[in-house]
Design a protein around this ligand. Structure first.
Ligand code: COA
Ligand code: ZN
Length: 312
């Protein structure tokens, strides 16, 4: 039987915005640097716990985020908000250190095929490379998070066995990292699987900071987030308007939509501290910026307190 939701009332849920990284990385037209900075500055005042500003990846691999340094240096940092960035290797880490990111978010895939497609190396080579990045982070007192892509499923190899995910969690956790993000890169997870994975991971490593990262590719995104909340998870990545997707994962589409996640959790009595009206304004402007309708259903329908005139 599901636990009663009342025991979770008032619980803080930490929301981490990824639109300027996961969102913008797959756009076909380059978003001007100043537009990225303006958006982050608006989001910085909306109550987020963390914002993933950009990624320090090869500019050939992800040209949309080639301006990572300029964006990081251009934003006004708001106290209490952590500014993180995605990092695939030592070169990326050195670039990120030079502009003072608050956290290294290192990336690797649980699936060998996706790691080869995304990072052009084997998981073992990634692990070796990331181990030296972790040493660099420790020497510079920078906290490390590991984002494990394709943790639930891979579009090239199918459902990811929990044992395989735990293998990489064990190896990274032995290196003194702060947290791990369990990523459903192409929306293959279902709520039962999410509950099992989240409960087991937290049971094995209660002191790690756990984040769940869902994509809504098959319409299971918010259901998965709720399953994660029910298993004790209190930290989520999400993307404004539902923009997003990995360019190296066939069939990838947007992340769970931040305004929909915040709207749902707040209605349930959980506390995100994120200002939903500010998000909706930013999301409306984001539609203009990318020149198309975003997947956000909340943007279309309005919040539940929207009242229509009765038909005459
Ligand atoms: N930042 C900037 N440039 C980088 C870099 C980094 N972090 N890492 C590598 N490069 C440059 C190298 O200097 C080299 O440049 P050159 O051709 O001018 O000499 C070139 O990229 C190739 O370097 P190499 O080490 O051979 O990398 P690669 O081509 O095997 O690519 C990655 C490996 C990981 C750097 C690349 O695949 C990548 O950045 N992928 C991005 C993954 C991603 O963000 N996916 C979406 C999110 S999950
Ligand atoms: Zn993602």
């Amino acid at each position: 039987m599901t636990k009663p939701l009342s025991n979770k009332l008032n619980k803080r849920i930490y929301i981490q915005e990824v639109v300027t990284r996961d969102g913008f990385q797959a756009e076909s037209a380059f978003i001007p640097t100043q537009e990225k900075i303006t958006l982050i500055d608006r989001l910085s005042n909306a109550g987020y716990a963390k914002i993933e500003v950009s990624s320090f990846t090869s500019t050939k691999a992800i040209p949309m985020l080639a301006d990572a340094e300029a964006v990081m240096q251009g934003i006004k940092r708001v106290p209490g908000v952590e500014y993180t960035a995605l990092i695939p290797n030592l070169k990326g880490a050195e670039r990120a250190l030079a502009v003072g990111v608050d956290e290294f978010n290192l990336v690797m895939s649980v699936s060998e095929a996706h790691n080869q497609a995304n990072l052009k190396m084997s998981r073992e080579d990634s692990f070796k490379a990331l181990s030296s990045v972790i040493e660099l982070a420790h020497a510079n007192k920078t906290p490390v998070n590991i984002s494990l892509s394709t943790s639930f499923g891979c579009p090239m190899t199918g459902i990811t066995p929990l044992k395989e995910l735990m293998h990489w969690i064990e190896r990274f956790s032995a290196q003194g990292i702060r947290g791990i993000t369990i990523c459903d890169t192409t929306g293959m997870a279902n709520p039962a699987q999410v509950q099992e994975v989240c409960e087991f991971a937290q049971y094995k490593h209660p002191n790690l900071q756990w984040t769940l990262h869902f994509h809504n590719t098959r319409g299971m995104g918010l259901a998965n987030a709720l399953a994660a909340v029910n298993s004790g998870i209190d930290r989520f990545d999400s993307s404004l308007g539902g923009l997003g997707g990995c360019p190296y994962a066939p069939g990838a589409t947007g992340n769970i939509c931040t305004e929909e996640l915040v709207h749902m959790l707040d209605l349930m009595g959980l506390k995100t501290h994120v200002q939903i009206d500010a998000l909706l304004e930013c999301s409306k402007d984001l539609q203009k910026l990318v020149g198309r309708t975003l997947p956000s259903q909340l943007l279309m329908a309005g919040k539940v307190d929207r009242i229509y005139a009765a038909p005459c």
